[in-house]
Design a binder for this molecule. Sequence first.
Ligand code: PLP
Length: 374
Amino acid sequence: MTSEATTWAKLLPTYARQDITFTDGDGAWLVDADGKRYLDLFAGIAVVGLGHRHPAPRTAAQAQLDRLWHVSNLYWTEPMSELAEKLSDRFGGAHTFFCNSGTESVEAALKWARKATGRTEVVSLEGSFHGRTFGALSVTGQPSKREPFAPLVPGARFATAETLAGQVGPDTAAILLEPVQGEGGVHPLPPVALAEARALADEHGALLILDEVQTGVGRTGTFFAWETYGIRPDAVTLAKGLGNGLPIGALLVSDEAPTGFEPGDHGSTFGGNPVSCAAACAVVDAIDGDLLAHVLDVSAQLSEGLAPLGEIRGLGLLLALELDRPVAPLLASALERGLVIGSAGENTIRLTPPLTLTHDEAALGIELLTEVIA
Ligand code: PLP
C-alpha cells in the first residue's frame, strides 16, 4: 500500500479510491507497488474476464500494435470487420456500432431507438444502472445518481418488473433492461419479467434493448445473458468484458430490427479501434462451451462455499453476498489479507472474478472471505 497516494494524486475526486497502487497482473492475481500479491475476485469491475494479460488477447493486440493502430471510421479495418462478424454469429444475425465504453453503447442505443421508431420515450427499471453520460444517466433508475445533474434528457420513464405494463405505451421507443442489475445490487430479472417486456414491446411497436455491458461476454454462463431467458432482444449493448481490459463498447442491432441510423447520425473517432477489436476477437473466440461450463461450476462452488456467510444471489460469475452490515470496511480488510472484492450497495459484496478462476483459487477466495467477514 502506498500511504502517500492520496496526497500526490492529481485526479478529480470522482472515485473513493482504495489507497493502493497496482503494478502487475497475471490471471486472477494482482501485484501492488510493494510486490504484495492479491487474489482478484473483482476483475476490474467485471472486465478482465479471461484474467489479467491472457495470452490470446495479448498476442492479438501485440500483433495489431505492430501493424496499425488507428485510421478512423471513414475506412474499414480487418479487426473491426472480423469482430462484427463474430458478434453477429453469436447473436444470430446483427449489425454492430463500435464505441469505447458501456455508457457510449447505451447512448448509441438511445439514439438508435429514437431514429428507428420516431418516438422519444424509454422505459427502464428502478434500481438500474446504464452509465454516467447524460443520455445513459437519464435512463438510470437511481435518483441519487440522476438528481445532482438535472435537468436530464426528457422521455425517461421508470417501472418495476411488476409495473412495466403501465409505463409502456404508444410513445415508447424502447424498453431498456439489464438481465441482471449489476451496479444496482446484483438482482437477476425474473424470467417472466423479460418475457413480459418482449411481449409488451411487440404489442406497442417498441424495441427491446438489453444492456449487457456487465452481464455479456460469458459472465453469466452464456455468451449473452438473454440466451437463458428464452427471448431475443432487438438490440444489445456490450462493453466491459469484450476487450478483456482494452476499451471497447458495442451496440448490436438484430438483423430483423430497423437499421435506424443513416450515415452522419452517430459516430466515434476511436470506435472500432483495431487494437481493441483484435483483442476482442480473441476474447470472443475464447468464450467457448468449456469456459461457459466452467463459469457455472465455479459459480456453484462459490455460492455453496459462501452461503454460510449471508444471502447469495446472481447468475454465473456475477454474484452478490448480502450481509447485515456495511461492507465498505470489509473491502479494506480484504485488501490487507490479499483479496480484491467489490461492492454493490451498502450491505452487498459483489464478486465478479475472471471467468477463468480455477477451483483452487475459488477455494482460496472462500477461505479468505470467510476470514474477512468472521
Ligand atoms: N451499463 C451497465 C449495465 C453497467 O454495469 C455499466 C457500468 O458499470 C455501464 C452501462 C456503463 O459502462 P461504462 O462504465 O463502461 O461507461
